[in-house]
Write a protein that binds this ligand. Structure first.
Ligand SMILES: [Fe+2]
Length: 128
């Protein structure tokens, strides 16, 4: 699947929207990389950076939601933790099984689906 940013993903909080777009950019980079064929070192670097960026974005967003007293703050944090757990499981599989097209595609699609669903069901409430 190819992911593209859409206006409907806007939360109304510019910094958070920018950060979400950075994650979309990482996913697009992964897609481009998959088309070229898997370069293990590059994919590892990309996944490390994506993991670090996502963690810092989650922190930022959780603090913001607490500050505006969003009723979705707890659900948001819980979903973030689940995503990071699953991400960690993928990273372990990369270590054990090595990097393959299937595994990279699996992780890409998992993050893409999760992100779109999460933005539309949870993050979007920052607009309220
Ligand atoms: Fe979120």
């Amino acid at each position: 699947m190819t992911v593209e940013w859409k206006d409907e993903y806007n939360t109304g909080e510019a910094d958070i929207d920018d950060q979400h777009q950075v994650i979309f950019k990482y996913l697009a980079d992964l897609e481009a990389q998959m088309e070229k064929g898997v370069d293990e070192r590059y994919i590892k670097m990309l996944l490390d950076n994506l993991g670090l960026f996502t963690r810092s974005h989650f922190c930022y967003e959780e603090i913001y939601m607490r500050r505006i007293k969003s009723p979705m703050a707890a659900v948001n944090k819980e979903q973030h933790e689940k995503l990071l757990e699953e991400y960690g499981r993928y990273r372990q599989r990369f270590e054990v099984e090595g990097i393959s097209d299937d595994l990279v595609k699996g992780l890409h699609d998992f993050i893409a689906n999760w992100l779109i669903n999460h933005i539309l069901k949870v993050d979007i409430h920052m607009r309220d």
